[in-house]
Design a protein. Structure first.
Length: 288
């Protein structure tokens, strides 16, 4: 008796809000031997857009994910739909970018090693050499691309070559302390995640936790968002917060900040690779 499991896939779809979308899509999936184990939908009444995510198992017939996707074209065209099919068991090829702070990289590597994140790490890219041992002890390729004002665009071209050569689908800025060019942000739209050391909007610039301390804040946090040309203004995926009081000094705030950053970034990466995030203008729709 065969123990091979049936293929699972995730369907993401968005379209102008109109009647009949769910009925048409679910009927099509059922007709092609699919069992829908999870179905989420949202109608954004402000923008007039409809979003849907379905997790399906192919139970019957000789259908494959590719054949089901190929036959879906007519439905998509009739509803002016943007859609994508994803093999639920396929790891997302992910490139991680870092500078000198190690906590976010360390946390992602740990979660990856434990099987918590469905990612295949294609490389760790950095403008410093500090974290090279951390990547290489995991058997992960480390690429050193030092950045200066003079070579910034050339190094971004090298980065894009790495992304293309490795088939990278997601780029994670795990405390990468360089601003990406507008062209690179546009090329990576919706597939580059950054972690910001604040509950946005918040304290910008250098030494944010010291600024927070000077202001006597009672709540600190971190924000994971998609990268856009507008610095730290991209669509927010996840945020983590921690309540503090007057007894916390700058070092304690910094330590707590590291924790919130790792939690928010890991959650954002997990949501993305599980295909739960939709872009909705400068916002996100997330089926968690």
């Amino acid at each position: 008796m065969s123990t091979q499991q049936s293929p699972y896939f995730v369907l993401k779809a968005s379209s102008p809000a109109t009647s009949g979308v769910i009925a048409k899509v679910t009927s099509y999936l059922a007709e092609h031997g699919c069992y829908i184990s999870e179905l989420s939908q949202f109608d954004d009444q402000q923008t007039g857009h409809f979003f849907m995510r379905a997790v399906c198992e192919i139970k019957e017939g000789n259908e494959t994910i590719d054949s089901i996707q190929a036959g879906f074209t007519d439905i998509a065209e009739s509803f002016e739909m943007k859609y994508s099919f994803h093999d639920a068991k396929q790891q997302v090829k992910t490139l991680i970018m870092v500078s000198q702070h190690d906590h976010c990289l360390d946390d992602l590597l740990y979660r990856h090693r434990k099987g918590e994140l469905a990612i295949e790490i294609t490389a760790v890219v950095s403008n410093h050499l500090d974290l090279r041992p951390m990547a290489e002890r995991e058997g992960i390729r480390f690429i050193y691309l030092p950045v200066t004002k003079e070579n910034k665009l050339k190094q971004e071209e090298e980065l894009q070559k790495v992304i293309e050569e490795t088939g990278t689908e997601l780029v994670v800025l795990a405390r990468y302390m360089q601003i990406l060019s507008n062209n690179l942000c546009a090329a990576l739209r919706g597939r580059a995640i950054n972690i910001h050391h604040s509950f946005l909007p918040g304290f910008k610039g250098a030494r944010p936790y010291y600024q927070a301390f000077d202001r006597g804040v009672k709540l600190i946090g971190a924000t994971a968002h998609y990268v856009t040309a507008d610095l730290d203004e991209g669509p927010i995926i996840d945020q983590a917060v921690q309540r503090v009081d007057h007894t916390y000094g700058p070092q304690e705030l910094t330590a707590i900040g590291r924790d919130t950053e790792t939690v928010a970034l890991a959650k954002a990466v997990k949501l993305h690779v599980q295909h739960r995030v939709f872009l909705d203008g400068n916002k996100t729709v997330i089926f968690s």
